[in-house]
Design a protein around this ligand. Structure first.
Ligand SMILES: [Zn+2]
Length: 281
């Protein structure tokens, strides 16, 4: 039984601000290192739960980016039996090597779709056949396309609520409950890690009870911010894609920095209205 784990960042225990890979201050670098260690431990917990649940092979896709190159996990600290895909440029797909040789999908560190209330750092959405999906939902749909279920998700409560709408029987861990896009009550990482290990093992053992997410054809996809995932789905579904809005603006002296800051500015603008007035400082 082969397991595919997609790892994002925003949904891990303790993360409440955008991943700031531009600022070089020691304080920011230390914060990033702490969060990357937590991400690594949550992914490792999912891998170990998978092996305990009967997985023969675990492939991890370190998907947070691409602006920081999808290279967030301290892979040297992972269970030596896993394999991991890192890097972004030149990938064949947003879901590299995902295919019907896998039996189960797991999503670690998920966040809710753009516009979600009481959600940490909600962003991106893709409209498929008239329904909006977030990144976790799109991964679940991709797994379903290949004929197997998304069996486990970890992220904040808004993320889990979102995915349970389309897959009510999957296993999950709520890592934190959000007051706003930038504030939450969170589990301590050690607790989250243990719950993820137990939850993924249980999910593997319950796999027959969890249906693959199946979206009926024909497929019409409209993407806004999540262009890459939308384009990838379109190739698989051979459908029409509306590329939607261009979210990255002019680039100045340092194109990468300008692009990152522009993205953050746009995402902050999109979610700022979600901050309750009394908590908006
Ligand atoms: Zn991310």
């Amino acid at each position: 039984m082969n397991v595919y784990i997609q790892a994002d960042f925003e949904g891990i225990a303790g993360m409440i601000e955008w991943d700031d890979y531009v600022t070089d201050s020691p304080m920011n670098q230390e914060k990033r290192a702490r969060l990357r260690r937590i991400l690594t431990s949550e992914v490792n917990a999912a891998a170990e739960g998978s092996f305990a649940g009967g997985a023969d092979k675990v492939l991890i896709w370190d998907s947070h980016g691409p602006s920081n190159n999808c290279n967030n996990i301290y892979f040297e600290d992972l269970n030596p039996e896993v394999e991991i895909i890192i890097g972004w440029k030149g990938l064949p797909s947003f879901y590299p090597l995902l295919d019907s040789t896998f039996s189960a999908g797991i999503y670690i560190g998920g966040h809710a779709m753009q516009g979600s209330v009481k959600a940490i750092l909600p962003h991106t959405k893709t409209n498929l056949n008239g329904t909006d999906y977030g990144e976790v939902g799109m991964f679940g749909i991709m797994c379903g396309w290949f004929g197997f279920p998304l069996i486990f998700v970890s992220g904040d409560k808004a993320t889990v609520d979102e995915i349970k709408q389309i897959s009510p029987k999957l296993e999950y861990v709520v890592t934190k409950e959000s007051f706003s896009p930038y504030a939450a009550k969170t589990l301590v990482p050690e607790k989250a890690r243990e719950m993820i290990r137990v939850g993924t093992e249980k999910a593997l053992k319950r796999i027959k009870e969890i249906e693959p997410i199946k979206i009926p054809s024909p497929f019409v996809i409209k993407t806004e911010t999540n262009q890459f995932a939308g384009k990838d789905l379109s190739l698989l579904f051979n459908s029409y894609v509306d590329p939607g809005n261009e979210i990255f603006g002019n680039q100045d002296v340092n194109p990468e920095r300008a692009r990152v800051l522009k993205k953050r500015e746009i995402w902050d603008k999109e979610i700022s209205f979600l901050v309750p007035p009394e908590e908006g400082t």
